[in-house]
Design a protein around this ligand. Structure first.
Ligand code: NAP
Length: 243
């Protein structure tokens, strides 16, 4: 049975991915940082359904936390076959109000984490000559969002990371792909008022927000055995916003 690690799986898109992969029969390693109770509840619910899921703490911007998490997962499941770099944070501020600390934190959580987790996952994937790395970027990494410069830049970094790593790992049977979600109905968007959301939605060709399980569906597509000839790609799931 293959093992998938989903970072930031306690809620939102990560949680939907955990539920999806558990229902597809994978061992699911559910990473959380602050939302311990939600992560344990999520795993408990999967186990009650006869599925396999286990929670693992790590601040994925910390190399020592990431190493410890991988040591535990490797002991429990023998290695990570599919890595979904999903954990992320946003920041809404004009550029002149963004501090260096905020810039560094956004890049550490949104981009450095993918580097740290991919490095840890690679020893098992390289040994097996099989692996899937799936990065969750954003449509703002493609088109840029006003008042979200560090977020957009960190998500663009993930796209460059995806393309370069895909080329480097292709000869080893490992694919690296990226999902660029549009506006998805999760806690991340709770900072916006109902009016701001409805103004935004009116500009989306499909005239609605996306659901977390629609992003999980994209992740399952990239993970599928039959997707083995697809690498270095960015799949937009944004209701047509960036068309
Ligand atoms: P969310 O509901 O705010 O969830 C964020 C998740 O990231 C939580 O599970 C949180 O875990 C985790 N996380 C944050 N910092 C972490 C850290 N340092 N270490 C480990 N986990 C950490 O957001 P979401 O909408 O599901 O977002 C998931 C991903 O999709 C993010 O990368 C986001 O940028 C991207 N995305 C979202 C949208 C959208 O509209 N929602 C659009 C495009 C892209 P804890 O609660 O346990 O700390």
């Amino acid at each position: 049975m293959k093992t998938v690690l989903i970072t930031g799986a306690s809620r939102g898109i990560g949680k939907a991915c955990a539920e999806k992969f558990a229902s597809l029969g994978y061992n699911v390693a559910v990473n959380y940082k602050s939302s311990k109770e939600q992560a344990y509840e999520l795993c408990h619910a999967q186990i009650e359904r006869g599925l396999s899921a286990k929670p693992y703490f790590a601040d994925v911007s910390s190399a020592s936390d990431v190493k410890k998490m991988f040591d535990e997962i490797n002991k429990d499941f023998g290695g990570v076959d599919i890595l979904i770099n999903n954990a992320g944070i946003s920041l809404i501020k004009v550029i002149n109000d963004v501090s260096q600390e905020e810039w560094d934190k956004i890049f550490a959580v949104n981009a450095k984490s993918a580097f740290l987790c991919s490095k840890e996952a690679l020893s098992h994937m390289l040994k097996n000559k099989w692996g899937r790395i799936i990065n969750v970027s954003s449509m703002w990494g493609i088109s840029g969002a006003s008042c979200e410069v560090p977020y957009s830049a960190s998500k663009a970094a993930l796209i460059g990371f995806t393309k370069a790593l895909a080329k480097e790992l292709a000869p080893s049977g490992i694919t690296v792909n990226c999902i660029a979600p549009g506006i998805i109905d999760t806690q991340m968007n709770s900072v916006f008022s109902a009016k701001e959301i409805s103004d935004f939605v009116s500009e989306i060709p499909l005239l609605r927000m996306g659901a977390p399980d629609e992003i999980a569906h994209c992740a399952a597509f990239f993970a599928d055995e039959k997707s083995s000839y697809i690498t270095g790609q960015v799949l937009s799931c944004d209701g047509g916003y960036t068309v």
